[in-house]
Ligand binder design. Structure first.
Ligand code: CA
Length: 231
């Protein structure tokens, strides 16, 4: 059964939505504020998250950012606001889709199905990220490289999860810094972590095949460096 985590503070709205989703065969957990929602996800996981933007405790944007540090679970943001700016902010933070209140149940269900289909799993194997030589068990915080358990610090783990979670995509330095460190952190910290990850992931850290530097932009994780270079 597909598990939905609904993070929504308006009780009447959450009740109605929860009722509708259960009727459609989803297993629904409701969290009434951002911190409870985040904790719920970190402790129990979910196949998809419906995230209200305006929440007490921790705003939806912060919840989204926190979740994306370690997970690529599909997230649909629910919001009363409707402007291009909010849309961009939501997607920039890593939300998969965005829906503006009021919306029809049919529309929401269609979006949920689309996002779940795109994420490749109905439901997906819980908390396991795999690409190339890397396997990250996010629930148990275990990293395997070519089948061998390798120790990663929490920051190394989070950085590798971001890269592997979006295999093939260039992740900008700014994005990575903002996801993992404070505003005023030295961006050399990122280079140091990349270097350490390469030492653990690459066969020859001096000529990386998986964690590629994209000059002037950032980094990209690939599973086939030659294809990435030509493509
Ligand atoms: Ca709200």
């Amino acid at each position: 059964m597909t598990r939905v985590l609904l993070i929504e503070d308006e009780e009447s709205f959450a009740d109605a939505l929860g009722f509708m989703l259960r009727r459609e065969g989803y297993e629904v957990t409701v969290a009434e504020d951002g911190i409870i929602g985040l904790t719920q996800f970190q402790e129990h996981g979910s196949d998809i998250i419906l995230l209200d933007l305006m929440l007490p405790g921790l705003p939806g944007t912060d919840v989204c950012r926190e979740i994306r540090k370690a997970s690529k679970v599909p997230i649909i943001m629910l919001t009363a606001k409707d402007s291009e700016v909010d849309r961009v902010v939501g997607l920039e933070l890593g939300a998969d889709d965005y829906i503006t209140k009021p919306y029809s149940a049919r529309e929401l269900l269609a979006r949920m199905k689309a996002v779940l289909r795109r994420s490749g799993g109905l439901p997906q194997e819980e908390g396991i990220l795999r690409a190339g030589p890397v396997e990250l068990d996010q629930e148990r915080h275990i990293a395997r490289i070519r089948g061998e358990v390798v120790h990663l610090t929490p920051k190394e783990f989070a950085l590798l999860a971001l890269l592997v979670g979006q295999t093939g995509r260039v992740l900008s330095r700014t994005f990575l810094m903002r996801q993992l460190w404070d505003e005023d952190a030295d961006s050399k910290t990122l280079d140091v972590h990349i270097k350490r990850l390469r030492a653990k992931v690459e066969i020859d850290p001096a000529s990386p095949e998986f964690i590629l530097t994209i000059r002037g932009l950032g980094y990209r994780f690939v599973t086939d460096a030659r294809a990435a270079a030509t493509g």
